[in-house]
Design a binder for this molecule. Structure first.
Ligand code: NAD
Length: 254
């Protein structure tokens, strides 16, 4: 039985994780940490100190500031951590690496399995179409604070790595007379509005034809189930930094 702590519990993602965890017979929700009581009959804590203890596993979807504090506390007590907050600073990335020296840490900007499949399909497509232009269009709800999404940046990094480029190839939107497109360019476009949960399209455009790979999340349970799979994985993994790809399919169960 996994003793789970959900940080950011009253938020959109935190509630989805709680709902999925409450339906999972192999997980006990030990504490839900957030500014306000998330309800759902779980034990609410307003402080990380009381909630993060040895023997527990933490899933965190909150803010960059809270994410840093959670990582520090998990590292100090060798508590396994699943971290999903996006738009983290490089200081946080360094902190996560330090945490991973004593704890099993799994970080992902997108916990959906469909997105993982899109990334694999993208690699195949780009190998077949080495000259074609790539643009990424993402759509998210009006409440999303960071743009472009962490997933769009992940996809752009995948494209850059496959093409032998780096972040200098990223082109965030276009306005005015910006000149013609460069070959070594990856356009990123963020659409905000309504209640889109997470929608990413990779457009691969050649002369006279184009291909579009698109992944749509209809509700947050897609991320929540991926995060629970990750929690089950880190609960028994040695200290280290992992990504979603590290989880063997048979080890999921969620
Ligand atoms: P949200 O605004 O709905 O929720 C944020 C949560 O953080 C709330 O529960 C709030 O109480 C808590 N919080 C804020 N400040 C706090 C503090 N000082 N102490 C304790 N708790 C505090 O946001 P959301 O839509 O749930 O998204 C949260 C994060 O997860 C964002 O960074 C988002 O981009 C990311 N996200 C990641 C994935 C993924 O698959 N990795 C999927 C969806 C969202």
């Amino acid at each position: 039985m996994i003793s789970l702590v959900v940080v950011g519990a009253s938020g959109r993602m935190g509630r989805a994780v709680l709902e999925a965890a409450l339906e999972d017979g192999s997980i006990e929700v030990a504490a839900a940490v957030s500014r306000s009581d998330p309800g759902l009959g779980v034990k609410w804590e307003s402080s990380l100190e009381a909630a993060i203890r040895p023997g527990r596993v933490v899933i965190e979807f909150s803010t960059p500031e809270v994410a840093g504090e959670v990582a520090r506390r998990c590292g100090a007590q060798a508590v396994p951590l699943v971290s999903g907050t996006t738009a983290l600073t490089s200081e946080y990335e360094a902190l996560i690496s330090a945490t991973a020296r004593s704890s099993a840490v799994l970080r992902s900007a997108n916990f959906s399995l469909g997105l993982l499949a899109l990334r694999r399909a993208l690699e195949t497509a780009l190998r077949a179409l080495p000259e074609w232009d790539v643009e990424i269009v993402e759509r998210h709800h009006r409440g999303k604070a960071d743009s472009p999404s962490g997933t769009a940046l992940r996809l752009a990094a995948d494209v850059a790595a496959l093409r032998g480029w780096d972040e200098r190839a990223f082109r965030h939107g276009r306005e005015g007379r910006v000149g013609t497109r460069h070959d070594a360019e990856i356009g990123l476009h963020a659409v905000r509005g309504g209640s889109w949960v997470g929608d990413h399209s990779v457009l691969i455009a050649g002369a006279g034809e184009a291909l579009e790979l698109r992944h749509t999340v209809q509700d947050r349970s897609a991320f929540a189930h991926g995060a629970l799979r990750a929690a089950k994985f880190v609960a028994h993994a040695p200290a280290g930094l992992y990504t979603l790809e590290a989880i063997p399919v048979a080890a999921g169960g969620a």
